[in-house]
Every structure is written in C-alpha cells, then in structure tokens.
Design a binder for this molecule. Structure first.
Ligand SMILES: Nc1ncnc2c1ncn2[C@@H]1O[C@H](COP(=O)(O)OP(=O)(O)OP(=O)(O)O)[C@@H](O)[C@H]1O
Ligand SMILES: [Mg+2]
Length: 369
C-alpha cells in the first residue's frame, strides 16, 4: 500500500480531518441568498490548511445542482480569467448562451473578441461579465468564485470594485478568499477592498489533537503497523495540531517503519531529525522571515524562557520595554497565529518545535557575527 500521508501544500490529502462541521455548514449556508458567507475570507498561518479548505468547499459546492465553481489565482488578469473560466465550466447548453453575447466568441484557448474590440480594457471585461452573469441569473445558476492567497494589489482592487457592483445588484455570485493574516489586514488600507473585509471571517487554527491521535491509530493499525497508545499520543503531541506537521509526521513514520512495521519511541527519535529539517525548510523559514525585527525579538524572548508557557511580564522584563509596546507586539503575533494565549497574561508558541527553531536560528546568527 502506498503512503497515504501527503505533506505537500495545496492538495487535498487522502487523510483529511474535518474541522467539526465547518465545511458542510459553509456549503449549506451558501444556498441561502442572504448568506453571511456570500463573501468570506479563510485565513490562518502558512500550512494551516487554507488552500485545502477552499478546494474542499469548492468540490462540495460543485456537486450541488445549479452551482458553478470558478477558481481564480492572483497573478493573472482576474477579470479575463473569470470570463474564460465561466465559459470552460459551463455545460454546452450554457456555453451556447454565452456565445450569443454580441462580439464574443470562445475557442479552446478561451475568449476571443471580435475585431472592433481589439484591445480589451477593464470596462470591456466588466461588460462581458455582467452579460454573462445576467444569463446565469436567468437560468437560476449560482456561481462561487474562489480566490486563493489574496494580496493587496491593483488587480485585486479592480476585481473588488467590480464584485461590489455585482453584489449590490444581487447577482447570485459568492466569493470565498483565503489569505495569510498579515495580507488580509493589509486590505484595510485600501478603500475598495475594505468591502471584502466586511464578509464572513473564517479563522483556521490547529486541528484537534484527539482527532489526530485517532486518525494515526486507525491508519497505522489498519495497515498492519504495531503501535501502542502511548506512542500514538506522543505522535499527536509532536504535531501540536499543525496540519502540515500532521501529514509530514505520518508520512515520515510510515516510510521509516515500512519494513519493521513497528512504531515505538526509538523510531520516533530516528524520524524526528528529518521531521525538524522538513518543518524548517518548508514552513518555519518562510514564517520566520516574514516577521519584523521587533517581532523576532519578542519571539526570541519567548524561546529563551525556561518555560513553554511564558508570562508576558517575563517578556516585558527581558525586552526592557513599556507594557503598551509589549502588548502591541503580543497582539500582532497572536493575530498572525505565531503565538497563542494559554492563560491570562501568558503565551506559548502554536507550532511544534518552534522554540528550538528560533533558538537555533539565533545561534546561527550569533555565529555569523
Ligand atoms: N483538514 C486537514 N486534515 C489533514 N491534513 C490537512 C488538512 N488541511 C490541510 N492539511 C495538510 O496541511 C498541509 C498544508 O495545507 P495547505 O496547503 O492547504 O495550507 P495553506 O494554509 O494553504 O498553506 P500556505 O499558507 O502555505 O498556502 C498539506 O500537507 C495538507 O495536506
Ligand atoms: Mg495555500
């Protein structure tokens, strides 16, 4: 049997842990014309499972009658891609209807404009799209647009402005976006885009540890591996509920114990080295490098504490900064999900072995000086 775990980003894994009934709830809610989910933003830190979540919602909505799902990606012309994808996703009947829009024809390569609209502008696309959505509305077909990894740029601005018009005129078009917390909060700085922020926020955080333990237990036991309850519990703790870590650890353990079929402490110790390297390379390096200098100082102060749960008071004393300064950085790191609040006036890292990563990073930097 092939390794069922898949530690690669952006693909629905074979072993998918449901976050309560969140996905079903969202899918069901979308059918309600006044749904608060009509515009929604899925956010959370790198590797938490945003793309996977979005893909899964899209997959489910697509199975519903009278829904079209169109996936857009930043970095392409959003409006033009939307025209093309609507056409591609339509059934042949609907495609004929689109073809009846004056001046338009479609080929295997997508939209072709007639000669008199040689250079399409933003308003060309707006006109075409509004025409297409009018036809969809007439046929009772609803559209879900998914947009992964939003970032504040002029392309998104144009799209947001147009989407706002669609929404105001009550076209049945829902929009679901994903983004890193820092990119989402940047949308606040642009007037047009604040409209997107008024939608429903869907924060993704850690997976449930018990669910992880049960899933490991089921997968490994069913595949003939020998593993006791204690080790399973250890494995769940080693992931700290981080989605990417769940896939990665499962993947590495599966391969390492492929021959012996025995998973015990010795095997976990053996796998741990590779586990940490992969976490560093594929997640932590990116997460850490997106922090500001001050964020890093705060993070280092937490890492240098002898405790895993650190009192804010201790951080304040270590940094020698006033409490409003420290409170501000605490808030930023909480928003970015780097830390979580464990008790009143106390925080801890959310990611497994992040403390070790930060200390090691610090040692490397010291060595370079
Ligand atoms: N619900 C889930 N159950 C099990 N594994 C999951 C789940 N969601 C995500 N994963 C796994 O976590 C990893 C990261 O998922 P994904 O690529 O969706 O994260 P992301 O938040 O989009 O990351 P990035 O910010 O880098 O784009 C993948 O290996 C994926 O298989
Ligand atoms: Mg992603």
């Amino acid at each position: 049997m092939n390794n069922p775990f898949n530690p690669s980003f952006g693909r629905i894994p074979t072993i998918f842990l449901n976050r309560g009934h969140l996905i079903d709830e969202v899918v069901e809610e979308l059918d309600n014309p006044n749904s608060p989910y009509k515009v929604s933003i899925v956010y959370g830190m790198r590797g938490v499972g945003k793309t996977t979540f979005l893909t899964e919602v899209g997959r489910k909505v697509e199975q519903e009658p009278n829904w079209l799902v169109v996936d857009l990606a930043m970095g392409s012309n959003l409006m033009a891609t939307l025209v093309d994808n609507l056409y591609m996703k339509a059934n042949s009947d609907l495609q004929k209807t689109f073809e009846s829009i004056r001046g338009l024809s479609f080929s295997a390569f997508g939209l072709q404009l007639s000669a008199d609209i040689s250079k399409p502008t933003l308003s060309t696309y707006q006109g075409i799209l509004t025409n297409m959505f009018a036809k969809l509305r007439k046929k009772g077909i609803k559209v879900l647009i998914t947009l992964d990894e939003v970032k504040s740029n002029s392309e998104l601005k144009n799209f947001a402005a147009y989407y706002q018009i669609l929404n105001r005129e009550d076209y049945p078009v829902a929009l679901m976006m994903t983004g890193l917390p820092e990119n989402i909060s940047e949308l606040q700085n642009e007037d047009v885009m604040t409209f997107l922020l008024r939608g429903k926020r869907i924060p993704l955080s850690s997976l449930n540890l018990l669910q992880i333990e049960l899933s490991y237990s089921k997968v490994f036991n069913q595949s003939g591996y020998k593993v006791n309850a204690d080790t399973l519990n250890k494995m769940a703790v080693m992931t700290m509920g981080y989605s990417y870590a769940f896939q990665l650890l499962g993947y590495l353990v599966w391969n390492a114990a492929k021959e012996s079929k025995i998973i015990n402490q010795a095997l976990l110790d053996q796998v741990k080295i590779e586990y940490l390297i992969e976490l560093d390379q594929n997640a932590y390096t990116k997460i850490f490098s997106s922090l500001s200098k001050q964020d890093k100082k705060f993070v280092l102060a937490i890492a240098q504490s002898k405790d895993n749960r650190v009192l804010i008071k201790e951080i304040r004393e270590k940094l020698g900064r006033p409490s409003n300064f420290v409170a501000n950085y605490r808030r930023r790191l909480l928003d970015d999900q780097i830390i979580k609040s464990t008790n009143y006036g106390e925080v801890a890292f959310t990611l497994p072995y992040f403390k070790e990563y930060v200390l090691q990073q610090y040692r490397f930097e010291q060595g370079l000086e």
